[in-house]
Design a protein around this ligand. Structure first.
Ligand code: GDP
Length: 197
């Protein structure tokens, strides 16, 4: 099922968002089970201005929609294909290179997923070396307080080392998920504005 998203991704060969308001390709990364699908369904579910025709763009792995952030519209194409072909290196490399911005998820209840997020951040830096690609490190499942294995300060420190933003979320409680998407849009706009200047 990679092919469905593949055709969408390759429409923009320049690697840059063509319009000022997007579409921006936002990629969900992270170990299996951290909540990527939950994030994607929150994003897809809150269809404010969408009628059913627009939902042709929404599949299992790709969803494109317009959201309003700070009074300005932005079109986000959210990609959640990371787990679909885990053994295909070529696909993962391509996937690493395909985003305008990345949400790098781990679960606060799973230290292994936190370490995996660090590895992914390093890999990402290898594929996107020169650019200031917006990345937010997302500690998901913060509702599961008694199962916490990764502290807030560890998450924040990791983000500082990797020079990216940090947020804790709960997809289950719908807490901070939209803040994460809005944060990505704000970073994309900052980058756009600094390029125009
Ligand atoms: P993915 O493999 O990264 O796509 O992870 P999923 O979105 O499929 O989530 C894996 C499991 O964790 C599912 O059972 C979700 O319901 C659950 N889950 C996802 N986010 C949260 C969260 O914020 N809190 C809790 N308690 N469970 C979550």
């Amino acid at each position: 099922s990679w092919s469905s998203s593949d055709s969408v991704i390759s429409t923009d060969s320049s690697g840059e968002a063509s319009e000022p308001g997007g579409p921006y390709r936002v990629v969900l990364l992270g170990a299996s089970g951290v909540g990527k699908t939950a994030f994607a369904s929150i994003f897809a579910g809150a269809a404010d201005s969408m009628d059913s025709d627009d939902c042709e763009l929404c599949g299992d792995e790709v969803c494109e929609k317009e959201i309003e952030v700070d009074g300005e519209l932005a079109t986000i194409m959210l990609l959640d294909t990371w787990d679909s072909e885990p053994d295909n290196d070529w696909t993962q490399e391509r996937y690493m290179q395909t985003g305008d911005a990345y949400l790098l998820l781990y679960s606060i209840t799973d230290r292994t997923s936190f370490l995996r997020a660090s590895e992914l951040r390093i890999t990402l830096r290898r594929f996107r070396p020169a650019q200031h690609t917006p990345i937010i490190l997302v500690g998901n499942k913060c509702d599961l307080v008694r199962r916490r294995e990764v502290s807030v300060s560890e998450g924040r420190a990791c983000a500082a080392v990797f020079d990216c933003k940090f947020i804790e979320t709960s997809a289950a409680m719908q807490h901070n998920v939209w803040e994460a998407f809005h944060g990505i849009v704000r970073q994309l706009r900052l980058r756009r504005d600094s390029k125009e200047a």
